[in-house]
Every structure is written in structure tokens, then in C-alpha cells.
Ligand binder design. Sequence first.
Ligand code: AMP
Length: 187
Amino acid sequence: MAMRLIFLGPPGAGKGTQAQIISENHQIPHISTGDILRAAVSQKTPLGKQAKDYMNRGELVPDALILNLIQDRLSYEDTANGWILDGFPRNVNQAAFLSELLAKLDQNADFVLNLEVPDEVLVSRLLERKRKDDNEETIRRRLEVYHQDTVPVINFYQQRDALKTIDGDRTMEEVADQLNEAISSGF
Ligand code: AMP
């Protein structure tokens, strides 16, 4: 049976690592809009050229660029068994677009997982990570954008879908166990 998961959480919560584990365990593609955008930037594609400055500033890339990208990606053959979305949706407009897209495809997201980590923990984790957009100023801006644009997405799903919040301020193994338990319990 197909499994479709939406993974929410602030930057630095460990979504990428955990989504990769879930992807391998359930044999579903891990779709990270951040990874797709970083690949586009390093290949200097038209998308990459348009996205780069927003990413370096810690701003969201405009929806006009992201919505096409996700619509394309969800039409690939490897999505027949489902997927885990990491980094999308990032605002309520993206969430509404995804709901409409899935309805058109006659699909549904099965679960929404929400990783919670306090801001001060995120800042120190992100400073250790040393990605190109991980300097202190950009980190602070990414967290502001998260609170302003992405936290409302949690409410959006709370009202319409099965949403489970997991404490992400633990070891990688503990968080992986909690997520696994949540998924297998079917909420
Ligand atoms: P991430 O790897 O998910 O932290 O994403 C890195 C950067 O890519 C973000 O700070 C945004 O600039 C951009 N980005 C990734 N996903 C999205 C999205 N769904 N909407 C807008 N911008 C995004």
C-alpha cells in the first residue's frame, strides 16, 4: 500500500536525516525541496539562478518557482508507492496547493509528522552544520520565516489531517524510534 508522509519542522530539526531513514525503511522516495534547489544552484540551471539569492538570505524561494517543481516531482513514476516530503509545504499557500494537487490525483497524505525543537537548540545545531546558508544572520532569518510562514501550516493540517508532533530534542536514534512508532500506530 502506498504511504504518503508530510514532514514538518523548523530548519535544523533533523528532518533530512529522519526522512532519509523513513525513506529507506518504507522504500519511498525522500523528496526534499531544499536538496532539489541546492542541486539546481550548483548546476546553475535557470531555477538555481533564480533561487540562489533567496536561499543565501534565508528567505523562502517564491511559490511560483516551487509549486511547478513539486507538481513535476510528484508525477515521477517512483512516487507510485508514496513519498516523504521534507521542506514542503513551507507556507499555507503551498499547503493548499498540495491539497488540491493530491485531490486531482485522487491521492491523500496519510500522515503529517511535526518535529519540534526549541529555537536555541536549532541555532547551535545549525551553526555546527556549516552549510553555505548556515551563518548566524541567515539562521536567525530562517527561524523567523519558519515562525511566520511555516507554523501556520501546522494549524492547517491539525484541522484537516492526522498530525503527530514528535519531540526532536533527543538523540537521532530516539527520534527515529518515536517516528517509527507514530507511523506504525497509524496515529
Ligand atoms: P531546507 O534544505 O529545507 O532548509 O531549504 C533550504 C532553503 O531552500 C530554504 O531556506 C529556502 O530558501 C529554500 N526552500 C526549500 N524548500 C522551500 C519551499 N518549500 N518553499 C520556499 N523555499 C524553499
